[in-house]
Design a protein around this ligand. Structure first.
Ligand code: NAG
Ligand code: NAG
Length: 331
């Protein structure tokens, strides 16, 4: 108890406004709830929820606007895997607009206009560790040490488990993100700053027939970055490195064309929206889990239900036929 109190006091007096604001929130919340309890449970619950929403919004605003120094974009070196098409392309264009230096890693050359002075294409197969090492060394020499990494490259396989090779299960989508993160992380730790953003998927929390390799790779990605986040928090030079994971449902790129998801519950997301959200997380200088749309978050609690409930959900959402008309993986 004594240690906890000391810990609390040191956090309260620490220079981090983030800690102060969160402790202030807790104290305010407890005291108002206690006060309001005398006026009735229903009113106090409503007031308590309103306070939570108000204070969390306020603390985010305070931390984002008042405390953090604004990003000096001319010092940012943003590495984007799969930057020639889809979400990657939109992200390249957004970061370029802000004046960051951008490294595009892809097997296909970008077919859109890039600012040659600040933006460079590196031909690189993300699933090949040797190519990644070579490319990252090249980036450090030509653009500088990476400060932002967007793990975006992925492939979708719509195949039965027996028709998929074992390599399909993890090569580009999972191992690619791991190789690239491992190659870039030392530069971020050296400066105790940086932001790693990864495009996972809502499918990290649900297995779809004929799409198992993709779901499994996204599930692996989710846990890899969740674990990395905790590991960095206790690594010297890693405490200030932000980790963001984005979980989109269906993104309207050619990669997923023909995939059908129920629009009323899980509306489609555009690649522009995903790219904007990635940029926003860098601006906020805070890592988070982002579900696009927010209803995608429901796939997490669904896993807690027994099988018959999950089976029932799959059948009413007609998940089995969602990939029947798949015509994607094209650029
Ligand atoms: C941003 O960084 C550049 C290069 O290090 C420096 O010249 C410039 O003054 C910085 N801008 C601001 C607003 O701090
Ligand atoms: C080092 O971190 C500072 C902010 O903490 C940032 O402005 C700068 O661009 C970073 N430099 C490198 C080389 O990563």
């Amino acid at each position: 108890m004594e240690i906890q109190l000391k810990d609390l006091l040191s956090k309260l007096t620490s220079r981090s406004l983030k800690h102060k604001v969160s402790i202030l929130c807790i104290v305010l919340l407890i005291s108002t709830s206690a006060l309001l309890y005398t006026t009735g449970i229903v009113f106090s619950c409503a007031f308590g929820s309103a306070m939570v929403i108000l204070l969390t919004t306020l603390s985010r605003k305070l931390i984002g606007v008042v405390y953090e120094e604004p990003i000096n974009w001319s010092n940012q070196v943003v590495v984007i895997s799969g930057g020639s098409n889809g979400i990657g392309r939109c992200a390249v264009e957004s970061f370029m607009q802000y004046g960051a230096k951008v490294a595009i890693l892809d097997i296909n050359e970008p077919k859109y206009d890039i600012n040659e002075k600040t933006c460079k294409y590196y031909e690189c197969d993300i699933g090949d560790n040797a190519q990644i090492t070579r490319t990252v060394n090249d980036i450090v020499e030509t653009l500088g040490k990476p400060t932002v990494l967007l793990n975006n490259a992925a492939i979708v396989l719509i195949k039965s488990i027996l028709d998929s090779s074992v390599e399909d299960f993890d090569r580009v989508s999972y191992l690619g993100s791991v190789y690239l993160t491992r190659a870039i992380l030392p530069y971020m730790i050296e400066n105790n700053s940086g932001h790693i953003i990864t495009i996972a998927s809502m499918l990290a929390f649900s297995g779809i027939p004929n799409c198992v390799s993709y779901c499994a790779s996204k599930a692996a990605i989710n846990i890899f970055f969740e674990g990395l986040r905790f590991e960095l928090a206790q690594t010297k030079g890693g405490e200030n490195i932000h980790v963001t994971t984005i979980f989109p449902a269906k993104v309207t790129t050619n990669m997923f064309s023909g995939v059908e998801v129920p629009q009323t519950l899980i509306p489609n997301t555009t690649p522009e929206q995903v790219a904007e959200r990635a940029l926003k997380s860098v601006l906020e200088q805070e890592g988070s889990d982002i579900f696009m749309p927010i209803t995608g978050r429901l796939s997490i609690p669904l896993m807690c239900f027994p099988r018959f409930v999950r089976d029932w959900c799959h059948s009413i959402l007609d998940v089995a036929s969602s990939t029947k008309h798949f015509d994607g993986n094209k650029w």
